[in-house]
Design a binder for this molecule. Structure first.
Ligand code: SF4
Length: 377
């Protein structure tokens, strides 16, 4: 195959694309005991459920605590009263429908409200609810906004998952962005390499799009979302390696989730494998206290300890990740914790005056979120 005069081997593309089969109700999953199905359907009425046969096959059903199962199968604890639907007040950064502008250089286009499957702990689960209007398929206003705002160098396509959109639609958006001279980075936030790696492996149009539009003037970054090393299957790794060959820079970001990856050995294994395949961990997030997430949360101190221990087990290149809280006021990095204090810094700040500001809090082993911490004055 030749694109823009360059030849490269895409012999991984089969003659017919491998398609996953979507599963939209818990009742369709034969491994779930009959007596649990009605209750779990109730949970799915509140927080939508969707999976696919490829991802469901990763579950070890003989293990009641299987991490992949915890990630994707509803749990009755989701009905407990907990948190806020929009825990980081993302809605307050909306400048027009589907357009969020929080940090001067970065604009988010929420261009799609569907994902390849739904993570139970999702911080954007509100977008999948019927009455939500924070996303839009029509990005024309967003593009006009970016054209007017010359300080915007980075655009993040998100949602939902942009790779659920057709390659034609994605191409239209990326083509328009590529014509805006001040846009230097186009990021695609996606869990498709984990949920359905064939989306990348089997679509020559998508591959050509990446090859053509990820250039030295405007680089495409794929912000992958692997939560557990078991998601790094052979096709998932092939997908990441292919993206690299196509000129896409891949990095990984994910939260620490109770029952999924709250284990330093698991995180370390994932960081090492990701570095080896060229998709290093970028951020490890504190899970946002989002509605329905009581069963998935871990206190900040414990999350940081797991992160710190995982980092100690890996080599230098796997240690570059930061542990952060995506707070309404900015990305707050936890730098260290001792017996009495928590040392934090604004890695990104909504208010430019806060950029880089150090903060000292009293250590609180029960706190889940920044708002619960008490400042050391
Ligand atoms: S892929 Fe991202 S947006 Fe989609 S359900 Fe998972 S966390 Fe939410």
């Amino acid at each position: 195959m030749s694109v823009d005069g360059a030849s490269f081997n895409l012999d991984v593309v089969p003659s017919r694309p491998r398609r996953v089969k979507y599963v939209r109700t818990v009742s369709q999953i034969s491994e779930i005991p009959e007596d649990q199905k009605a209750l779990l359907e109730q949970v799915a009425q509140r927080y939508v459920f969707r999976a696919n046969d490829y991802y469901l096959k990763l579950i070890d059903w003989s293990d009641p605590d299987d991490p992949i199962k915890q990630l994707i199968i509803p749990r009755v604890e989701e009905l407990e009263d907990f948190g806020k639907l929009d825990a980081s007040d993302e809605g307050t950064h909306t400048v027009s429908r589907g357009v969020q502008h929080k940090y001067a250089d970065t604009v988010l286009l929420l261009c799609n409200e569907v994902c390849g499957a739904y993570c139970r702990y999702c911080f954007r689960k509100r977008l999948f609810m019927d009455d939500n209007d924070e996303t839009t398929h029509d990005v024309s206003e967003g593009l006009a906004y970016i054209r007017r705002h010359h300080e915007v160098t980075d655009v993040l396509l998100t949602g939902g998952d942009p790779l659920i959109m057709s390659s034609r639609r994605l191409r239209e958006i990326i083509f328009e962005l590529s014509k805006i001279p001040h846009v230097r980075i186009i990021r695609i936030g996606t869990k498709m390499p984990a949920f359905n790696p064939y989306r990348v492996l089997d679509d020559p149009d998508l591959q050509e799009l990446f090859r053509r539009y990820s250039t030295s003037d405007c680089r495409i970054y794929l912000m992958a979302h692997f939560d557990h090393p078991r998601e790094l299957t052979e096709p998932a790794i092939e997908g990441i390696m292919l993206l690299t060959r196509l000129g896409v820079q891949t990095v990984n970001q994910c939260p620490v989730i109770r029952g999924v990856n709250d284990d330093a050995a698991v995180l370390a294994e994932m960081f090492e494998t990701l570095s080896t395949i060229g998709c290093p961990q970028y951020y490890l997030f504190q899970c946002r206290p989002t509605s329905g997430n009581a069963a998935y949360e871990i206190p900040i101190v414990r999350s940081f300890q797991l992160f710190d221990e995982a980092r100690r087990r890996v080599s230098g290149l796997s240690r570059r990740a930061r542990f952060v809280l995506s707070h309404a006021t900015g990305k707050v990095e936890v730098l260290g914790i001792d017996s009495r204090r928590m040392y934090c810094r604004y890695h990104r700040a909504k208010n430019a005056a806060d950029e880089g500001r150090l903060m000292l809090f009293k250590r609180d082993d029960e706190a889940y979120w920044l708002d619960q911490l008490v400042s050391c004055s």
